[in-house]
Design a protein. Structure first.
Length: 142
């Protein structure tokens, strides 16, 4: 479908030379995110769990675990499943967020990893990330 696709980039300094697109999701097509999600859903249906444990958003996947050990296990399962079909997790774009729902202090020093690559922790507070969307929802309901 995307064989032989090329593009150029227009900036204030001019337009680049045309270059081939060899990897990644085709940008700009309204159908691309839907097709990608559809294919990813079929390829990973045997490892998916009910939300909120596993959620797909276009080409993003959210995995939820009770511990870093559980998150590592889920990441490894997804890595193996995707690589079996020629896909791979982008280690440079993968991050994790830790949220302590129980209120107990976590003493885990375990790193979250994909293979040997240590995944960075997002330092943002979940409340801050959800604050704006929740405010919009509350305003629209009043």
């Amino acid at each position: 479908m995307y064989e032989g696709v090329s593009t150029s980039v227009r900036t204030q300094d001019g337009t680049t030379e045309v270059f081939p697109i060899t990897i990644g999701l085709h940008q700009g097509s309204t159908l691309s995110p839907y097709l990608f999600t559809l294919v990813l859903d079929v390829l990973t249906e045997h490892i998916q769990e009910l939300a909120p444990r596993c959620m797909l958003f276009a080409d993003d996947v959210v995995l939820v675990g009770e511990s870093r050990e559980e998150v590592n296990g889920r990441l490894e399962t997804w890595r193996q499943a995707l690589e079996a079909y020629g896909f791979r997790l982008s280690r440079s774009k993968t991050e994790y967020m830790e949220w302590n729902f129980s209120g107990r202090r976590s003493r885990s020093t375990l790193e979250v990893k994909v293979g040997d690559h240590i995944i960075p922790q997002v330092e943002e507070d979940l409340r801050k990330l959800l604050e704006k969307p929740l405010e919009r929802i509350q305003r629209s309901m009043s």
